[in-house]
Design a protein around this ligand. Structure first.
Ligand SMILES: NC(=O)c1ccc[n+]([C@@H]2O[C@H](COP(=O)([O-])OP(=O)(O)OC[C@H]3O[C@@H](n4cnc5c(N)ncnc54)[C@H](OP(=O)(O)O)[C@@H]3O)[C@@H](O)[C@H]2O)c1
Length: 269
């Protein structure tokens, strides 16, 4: 585990990761750069120093890891301040959608050690999943360090082919939003069927959370779990005939994930 982390950008995703790291004591010191109100909830936490900009960082700071968690659109203006750390042995861990290893080599120098990753927001409760891809300049201990940091916030996987990160973004990076939308839609459908809004939302939330937990803990495949609640001629079958029809959920999901994957590629341009 590293001594010092430098987190650049403490918004939704940076904050989610920082929460996970603090809970699991992932490092000794955290320097957080956040110009907005995003880091206010972390004020006074042990080992955390919050800065509005890079100018107030200690002159002798040499972080083990620089985590880049600003919006992709902000990255180019944010990066120059951190370039000196690239020659001081820090590894850069980016969570930005669409920003490629080639992009970081151009902005931080070809020798910079960079790991590109795609986490997701359940990291805030230690239940995220992140996929990482390392530049050839990253050493084995640096790889281990970045993997361990993201493992402190959930599951971790690695890919060799950087091109796959766009599809990972479409599935798990953006995926929590699809599931929250599912809760909203299920609750609205319950209201349409006559339930009071509060009860419909409670049922929808508990059903998605409970089914998610069952899928996590059960050794059965998702298809088997689905079949287990589907009796021939029953109520679930009637609903699944709609959801699994030609223009049903599968077709919609394929289009949605393809749109997110495409957008991730566009952000790289
Ligand atoms: N949200 C997700 O589910 C998710 C999932 C996977 C990956 N990501 C990636 O995570 C990154 C952050 O996304 P987000 O959703 O967390 O966005 P966000 O909530 O807007 O967080 C970005 C934070 O960076 C701050 N910031 C702006 N300029 C800065 C600078 N020069 N130095 C330091 N901080 C600066 C912003 O402050 P201001 O608001 O004051 O500008 C904001 O608080 C993105 O690159 C995104 O692709 C997000």
């Amino acid at each position: 585990m590293p001594g010092t982390l430098l987190l650049v950008g403490c918004g939704k995703m940076g904050g989610a990761l920082l929460s996970g790291w603090l809970d699991r004591k992932a490092a000794e010191r955290y320097h957080v750069i956040e110009p907005g109100p995003g880091a206010e909830g972390f004020k006074g936490k042990p080992g955390v120093e919050i800065h509005a900009g890079s100018e107030s960082l200690p002159a002798d700071l040499v972080p083990d890891v620089v985590i880049l968690a600003v919006k992709p659109q902000t990255m180019t203006t944010a990066l120059p301040a951190y370039r000196p750390f690239a020659v001081k042995g820090a590894v850069f861990l980016s969570i930005a959608a669409g920003k490629t290893l080639g992009y970081f080599a151009r902005h931080l120098g070809a020798q910079a050690a960079v790991v590109r990753s795609m986490p997701n927001t359940p990291a805030a409760i230690g239940r995220g999943i992140a996929v990482l891809c390392a530049s050839p300049t990253v050493s084995a201990p640096q790889k281990e360090l970045c993997g361990a940091l993201l493992a402190a916030a959930g599951e971790v996987g690695w890919v060799e082919d950087e091109g796959l990160i766009d599809a990972v973004t479409g599935v798990s990076g953006s995926g929590p939003a699809y599931v929250f939308l599912m809760i909203e839609c299920l609750a609205k459908a319950g209201v349409e069927s006559g339930l009071a809004p509060d009860l419909a939302m409670r049922l929808a939330r508990a059903t998605v959370a409970g089914a998610g937990e069952l899928a996590r803990l059960s050794p059965e495949s998702a298809a088997t779990l689905r079949e287990n609640v589907t009796s021939p001629g029953g109520t679930t079958r009637a609903a699944l005939d709609v959801l699994m029809g030609a223009e049903g959920l599968e077709a919609l999901m394929v289009r949605a994930v393809a749109a997110a994957t495409r957008r991730s590629r566009e952000l790289a341009e």
